[in-house]
Design a protein around this ligand. Structure first.
Ligand code: ADP
Length: 184
């Protein structure tokens, strides 16, 4: 499925983000940047040790206490098809009373900003925070779509943005939400 926002093609894809060949893929990282389970684990496994080395450097140099929620950093993509990995920290769901929506929007926005600063033309996102971090998929999906849409409407810098959903049911949720959001 694909729609256009300005000059940017927005795609929905069901599958494994580690197989995607955009300039950057986004990792749903945690503050430690040391890798863990879920999409984070998959990216480090397939991308190899250079990604973790780069993350350790960033921790040492810029974020000794960990990367705050809502922020993003960029590293090599190691052995991945994508040249770069953007590590973004989404919020842990705490019932919706702890600014989770703003922090999630910020994780998406800061990832786009980093990609744009590095003159990247294509970027792929997983569904940040909706796995181990427990953010309900319907709400997270709305935040993701609205944030990316409003960024793309202001800045016409990307050729392609892809949302990569691991499960069929997350893919269907995104598809439905895109239909509503864009009057399809
Ligand atoms: P978080 O801690 O931010 O919730 P998770 O990795 O636990 O991060 O989950 C985020 C989303 O990533 C979930 O929807 C999960 O199904 C999905 N996911 C897990 N592995 C992959 C993968 N290889 N490609 C794309 N999405 C993935």
């Amino acid at each position: 499925m694909q729609i256009k926002i300005g000059n940017t093609a927005l795609h929905l894809l069901q599958g494994d983000i580690t197989e995607v060949d955009t300039d950057a893929i986004v990792n749903a990282a945690n503050s430690s940047l040391m890798g863990s389970g879920g999409v984070d684990g998959a990216i480090h496994r397939k991308g190899g040790p250079r990604i973790l080395e780069a993350c350790k450097e960033i921790r040492k140099k810029d974020w000794p206490n960990g990367l705050p929620t809502g922020k993003a950093v960029i590293t090599t993509g190691g052995n991945l098809k994508a040249k770069y990995v953007i590590h973004a920290v989404g919020p842990i769901w705490r019932g919706g009373f702890k600014n989770e929506d703003k922090l999630l929007a910020s994780a998406y926005r800061n990832s786009l900003k980093l990609a744009s600063e590095n003159i990247l033309k294509s970027i792929a996102f997983p569904s940040i925070s909706t796995g181990a971090y427990g953010y309900p998929i319907e709400s997270a999906c709305r935040v993701a779509l609205m944030t990316v849409r409003s960024y793309l409407e202001k800045k016409n810098v990307f050729e392609k943005v892809i949302f990569v959903l691991f499960s069929q049911s997350d893919f269907e949720t995104y598809k439905k939400a895109i239909g509503k959001e864009f009057d399809l």
